[in-house]
Design a protein around this ligand. Structure first.
Ligand code: FE2
Length: 180
């Protein structure tokens, strides 16, 4: 289940209802899918064949189509990252820059973990959303954020798009942002 850490105060927010209430206020969508639907052999697999990626999409087809029909997503795919990913360190360096998009960024975590770092309202500042299997998040368009992995450096997620071009990253220069 997702957990929040507010960077300025180190305050942590846990429990589905509290996390959802906090994210609602920040206009970040949060939902939860049953990640146990995934066949056991895929729950711990981070290097995936195309067939395995299709199998994940089929497993969550109902949840994906429900979310897509409510929010207008047209296409979706699977992203898998782990130490088996070529140039993972370089990729993460590129990821770890605050940026925005012209459409919302949607991720449904099906295995592993990840963090979204999001610029909240002025009274909150930057906060981390730590995500694990089953967590679904949508960061609104134009909201500064970045994504990175957690210590285990393993994640599989469904990405949903209105148009894939909407997901191009626009750097957001923010002198108030402090790493970690
Ligand atoms: Fe992004």
């Amino acid at each position: 289940m997702a957990e929040i850490r507010i960077r300025n105060t180190n305050e942590r927010i846990s429990g589905e209802a509290n996390v959802k209430a906090f994210l609602d206020k920040q206009e970040v969508l949060y939902e939860h899918w049953n990640a146990d639907k995934l066949p056991a052999e895929l729950q711990g697999k981070f290097s995936l064949t195309d067939e395995e990626k299709s199998q994940i999409l089929v497993t969550f087809d109902e949840e994906i189509r429900d979310l897509a029909s409510r929010r207008g997503y047209q296409t979706w795919d699977i992203v898998a990252l782990s130490d088996a990913t070529p140039n993972l360190d370089e990729l993460l360096k590129k990821f770890e820059q605050v940026h925005t998009h012209t459409e919302d960024e949607v991720r449904a975590i099906t295995a592993g973990k990840g963090i979204f770092i999001i610029k909240g309202t002025d009274d909150v500042g930057y906060f981390d959303v730590e995500l694990e299997a089953g967590d679904v998040i949508s960061v609104p368009e134009h909201k500064p954020h970045f994504f990175t992995l957690m210590e285990n450096r393993q994640i599989v997620a469904v990405r949903l798009f209105i148009e894939t071009e909407g997901w191009i990253a626009h750097p957001f220069e923010d002198p108030t942002f402090q790493k970690a």
